[in-house]
Design a protein around this ligand. Structure first.
Ligand code: AVI
Length: 334
């Protein structure tokens, strides 16, 4: 019903909790300053991220595309083994470009499935659903505009409603896992694990540790797309929280530490300045060279991913990589 739809998708005007306001208040009044990368993905941020995925330095998307293209038939065989119906739940679906490879293969092989793309960007989700409906009008697609945690909560109750035995396959592609800290990662996989039944699967896209210069360049592209992506967070705060960040007075700074496997993005204040955030009634001082940490993008070894499976109640059953071994798509079974 309409009521249900509006309860599930509150409009931005709905008064109530404002996660960006809470994040900015907490993150910019502490030292060192920080803001979570989850706020990158407004309409403009999602658009810039799509461009990043096509940038020559950003190998991640191409590597994963190669893996899924090469191994789609192995994957679909795993998903549908035993004649189960497949519930494909994709966390952080974005534009779903890579997932379409799997959907197409499932469809052509007449596997009974339902696709539930989940994303915090409504624009990305609408775009994805639009293309799917045009290409496969009778495919069952149930988009969900929410964060990961709300999506996981819904994973629980749904199992027993199905008539036919169903296998849930959670997709977490594109190195989204890398944007969590280590602790968040373990909590997240434990959370998924506790909601799945034996035989259910999780397919994760993992960026692997490699030559540090290759990784550093991926987050420091020559066209300045990553820079624009990072700075767009300040534009969003200006718009949504009535702030006055001067975008020309902040820069993009990237580090990659090959020992920890962590790429980190920062915004740097290019001068001493004060910024008013009127919706929060605060003034934030910046020293020359002071940074806001905005993103962590972790790179993994196979041993770390095996450990993650063990720590969170899964068995690692398959490990697929691209020809350069830059990236892996990993199957965990509950
Ligand atoms: C979405 N996420 C996996 C991307 C990454 O590589 O960490 C976001 C991104 N940040 C800068 N470039 C791309």
């Amino acid at each position: 019903s309409d009521n249900k739809a509006s309860a599930e998708h509150p409009s931005p005007q709905t008064p109530g909790p404002n996660p960006l306001a809470d994040e900015v208040r907490a993150g910019l009044t502490q030292t060192p300053k920080r803001l979570s990368s989850r706020f990158f993905y407004d309409a403009e941020g999602s658009r810039i991220f799509q461009e990043i995925m096509h940038a020559p330095e950003y190998y991640l998307t191409r590597s994963e595309y190669e893996i899924l293209d090469t191994h789609k038939s192995d994957l679909v065989t795993l998903f549908a083994a035993g004649g189960y119906e497949v519930d494909l739940i994709e966390l952080g679906a974005g534009d779903g470009l890579k997932t379409k490879l799997l959907l197409e293969h499932l469809w052509e092989n007449q596997v009974a499935f339902r696709y539930v793309p989940v994303d915090i960007s409504e624009d990305a989700l609408e775009g994805l659903v639009g293309t799917l409906r045009r290409q496969w009008p009778s495919m069952t697609v149930r988009p969900q505009h929410s964060d990961y945690f709300t999506a996981l909560e819904r994973l629980s109750g749904e199992t027993h409603r199905h008539q036919t035995p169903t296998r849930r396959v959670v997709l977490f592609l594109g190195s989204n896992i890398g944007n969590f800290t280590r602790t968040e990662t373990v909590t997240f996989y434990q959370n998924i694990s506790s909601r799945l039944l034996p035989g259910d699967l999780v397919l994760t896209g993992v960026d692997l540790q490699k030559h540090p210069a290759v990784i550093h360049a991926a987050y420091n592209d020559r066209q300045g797309l990553t820079r624009a992506f990072n700075l767009n967070l300040l534009r969003r705060i200006n718009r949504e929280l009535d702030a006055n960040f001067d975008l020309s007075a902040f820069g993009h700074y990237e580090t990659y530490d090959p020992e920890s496997g962590e790429a980190r993005s920062y915004l740097v204040s290019e001068k001493a300045q004060q910024v008013q955030i009127r919706a929060l009634n605060i003034t934030v001082p910046f020293a020359y060279g002071e940074v806001i940490h905005t993103e962590i993008s972790r790179k993994f070894t196979r041993a770390q991913i095996e450990q993650l499976a063990t720590d969170t109640g899964f068995v690692l059953t398959d490990w697929f990589t691209d020809c350069k071994a830059y990236f892996a798509d990993v199957v965990f079974q509950k």
